[in-house]
Design a protein around this ligand. Structure first.
Ligand code: MG
Ligand code: MG
Length: 251
């Protein structure tokens, strides 16, 4: 069942997403060759606790960390580690918190130093596809309008969308209905309604869309070893259109 939220609930979801956005920006500013991702994990926990927010992923179905740190061919759910980031890597950081009973969830893919032209294009197209999806999150439309817009943009650029993982509703649960695939024909699925809060999260592979899960039981990587990127925003559907609740302040 899709849970519609009142304006008061959307305010709370906004508050928790603004903490996520702020912390992701702070983590992003730390990313440089030679740091490790366990450091980013610990920093995220410290920053969350300063805001009285609870990291949402740690302990979720047994996930052992507060951030997902997915480097290069890792798609999502990568474990933070002591492995140093190298010039030319791309890293996806996925982070969520709970505050006053409501969740925030957002992800960014960041360049480590100078990256290849193709890595830059993959990252750019993935982020663009997120915004193409968000543009379709209009009350009266259909859920798969979002999916279709993402897939169309990604495939026009010659990349592929991951099928195995999807976006989701969010609110007083980290994951709620509906599931939001990043592919599909337009005009299908639930009718979009005012009061829906959705986490839209395209995962885009440089080459084939096939996924492999590592022996840790979590880390999803591209089967062919090529790069993958991931961006996510939590949004609210309002009568005047979608509002990005996890929007970061950018200079
Ligand atoms: Mg996420
Ligand atoms: Mg999510």
């Amino acid at each position: 069942m899709v849970i519609l939220k009142s304006p008061e609930e959307i305010e709370k979801i906004y508050a928790s997403n603004q903490i996520v956005a702020e912390i992701l920006s702070q983590l992003e500013s730390e990313i440089t060759p030679g740091i490790d991702t366990l450091y980013l994990n610990d920093l995220s926990e410290r920053l969350a606790s300063e805001k009285n927010a609870i990291p949402a992923f740690k302990g979720y179905r047994g996930f052992p960390y507060s951030i997902c740190a997915s480097v290069n061919n890792a798609i999502v759910h990568g474990f933070p580690s002591k492995t140093l980031l190298n010039e030319g890597d791309i890293i996806s950081l996925d982070f969520g918190v709970r505050l006053n009973g409501y969740y925030g969830d957002s992800a960014i893919t960041v360049a480590v130093g100078k990256i290849s032209e193709s890595a830059r294009r993959l990252t750019r197209v993935t982020e663009e596809s997120l915004y193409k999806g968000i543009e379709k999150a209009i009350p009266g439309g259909r859920l798969s309008d979002i999916s279709h817009a993402i897939q169309t943009h990604v495939e026009a650029a010659g990349f592929s969308v991951v099928r195995k993982f999807v976006g989701h509703g969010i609110g007083s649960n980290l994951h709620e209905e509906p599931q939001i695939p990043n592919f599909g024909k337009a005009g299908k699925g639930s009718i979009l309604k005012t009061g829906m809060t959705l986490a839209i999260e395209p995962m885009v592979n440089e080459k084939a869309c096939d996924v492999k899960i590592l022996e840790d039981g979590w880390t999803a990587v591209t089967k062919d070893g090529f790069l993958s990127a991931h961006f996510e925003h939590t949004i609210a559907l309002t009568e005047s259109g979608p509002i990005i609740l996890s929007k970061r302040n950018r200079s």
